[in-house]
Design a protein around this ligand. Structure first.
Ligand code: PAP
Length: 311
C-alpha cells in the first residue's frame, strides 16, 4: 500500500475554501479522511472494476455505461437512480466520513457480485500500487483541459454552500494552471494513468471523452471486451440501447437527474452533473488569451512528453 503520510500544506482555493496537499496533489479537506482510508484499507479484488477520472471529465457518463455493460438488462436502474448512486466513489460513499457507519458502504464492500464497480478521483501516483497489486481492471477517462476546466467552473458555481461570491473565470484559469483545484494538478493526474495504461494495457483502459463522443458504440464494445464481457454480433441492438439510455439527452430527463435536491454526501444538486456535454464548449466562455495560455501549458506538459492531446 502507498504511504499516505501528508506533507501537509494548505492553499487558498476560492471564496473561503482551501485545499490541502497530499503527496503532490490537492484535496478538499472534506474528502481527505476518506482518501486516507482508501489508501490504507482498500483491498481491491481481481474481479473489481475501478473507474478513475479527474473531476468533470465524463465520470457520470462512464458510470452509466460501465454499470450497463456489467449489469446488462438493468437499464431501468438508470431511470430511477443517479449514476453516482449506482457506482459509489471509494473516497466518499465507501470510505468517506459520511457513510463510514452506514450499511451502504459495507454493502458495497461485501457485495458477493462477481464484479464490484467503484469510482475514484484519486490520482495514480497515490493509488497506483494498490490498483496494480490487485490485478483489478481500471478504466480512466480523460477530457481536454479547457472543457474540463469549463465544466468544473460551471459546476462549482452551482454548489450550495452559502452566499459566497462566484468563482471568477480568470481565477479558475489561474488555479487550474497552478494545479490548485480539487485532485489537481490536472496534467499530472492524466499523465499518471496514461503511463499506467501504456505499461499495462490489459489492466488499464485509457479513453478520452472526445473519442467516446465521436463513436460511443465502438468504444462501448471495446470497453466490454476489456472488462471480459464482450457483446456478440447479435447483441448489436442491445449495444445501441445502452448508448441511447446513457446519452445525456435521455439521462438528464429522468426525474431523479432533474432534481434540484442535493446529493446526500455533497451540497450540489443532482441536475448539476448534466449540462451541455459538448466538445469545445469552452469557446463560448474563455477569452482568446485564456485559451492561448492553457494551450501553451498543454503543449509544455503533454505534447513535449509525447502525448499529443488537449489543444
Ligand atoms: P464529476 O467528476 O463531478 O462526476 P463528470 O461527470 O466527470 O463530473 O463531468 C460532468 C460533465 O460530463 C459535464 O460536462 P459539461 O459541463 O461540459 O456539460 C456533463 O454535462 C457531462 N455529462 C454528464 N452526463 C453525460 C453523458 N451522459 N454523456 C456525455 N456527457 C455527459
Amino acid at each position: 500500500m502507498e504511504n499516505s503520510n501528508i506533507n501537509s500544506e494548505e492553499e487558498k482555493w476560492w471564496g473561503d475554501k482551501h485545499l490541502e496537499l497530499i503527496n503532490g496533489f490537492w484535496f478538499m479537506p472534506f474528502f481527505i479522511p476518506g482518501v486516507h482510508r482508501v489508501l490504507a484499507e482498500f483491498n481491491p479484488r481481481p474481479s473489481d472494476v475501478i473507474l478513475s477520472s479527474f473531476p468533470k471529465t465524463g465520470t457520470t457518463w462512464l458510470k452509466s455505461l460501465l454499470y450497463s455493460i456489467i449489469n446488462r438488462s438493468s437499464l431501468d436502474s438508470l431511470v430511477n437512480n443517479n449514476p453516482h448512486n449506482l457506482v459509489p466513489y471509494l473516497e466518499v460513499q465507501v470510505y468517506g466520513d459520511h457513510h463510514q457507519e452506514s450499511s451502504e458502504s459495507s454493502t458495497h464492500l461485501s457485495s458477493e457480485d462477481t464484479t464490484r464497480l467503484f469510482s475514484t478521483h484519486i490520482p495514480y501516483q497515490l493509488l497506483g500500487k494498490t490498483l496494480e497489486s490487485s490485478g483489478c481492471r481500471v478504466v480512466y477517462v480523460a477530457r481536454n483541459p479547457k472543457d474540463t476546466l469549463n465544466s468544473l467552473w460551471h459546476f462549482v458555481n452551482k454548489w450550495k454552500m452559502g452566499e459566497e461570491a462566484p468563482w471568477e473565470l480568470e481565477d479558475a484559469v489561474e488555479k487550474f494552471l497552478r494545479g490548485t483545484v480539487p485532485y489537481g494538478p490536472y496534467y499530472e493526474h492524466v499523465f499518471g494513468y496514461r503511463m499506467a495504461s501504456l505499461k499495462n494495457p490489459s489492466k488499464f483502459f485509457f479513453i478520452t471523452y472526445e473519442e467516446l463522443k465521436d463513436d460511443t458504440k465502438s468504444h462501448l464494445k471495446r470497453l466490454a471486451e476489456f472488462l471480459g464481457c464482450p457483446f456478440a454480433e447479435e447483441d448489436d441492438k442491445e449495444v445501441e440501447e445502452i448508448v441511447k439510455c446513457c446519452s445525456i439527452e435521455v439521462l438528464k430527463n429522468h426525474e431523479v437527474n432533474k432534481s434540484e435536491d442535493c446529493l446526500d454526501w455533497f451540497p450540489t444538486p443532482y441536475n448539476s452533473f448534466f449540462r451541455q456535454a459538448k466538445v469545445g464548449d469552452h469557446t463560448n466562455y474563455f477569452s482568446d488569451e485564456a485559451i492561448k495560455r492553457i494551450d501553451a501549458f498543454t503543449e509544455e506538459k503533454f505534447h513535449k512528453s509525447g502525448f499529443v492531446y488537449g489543444i
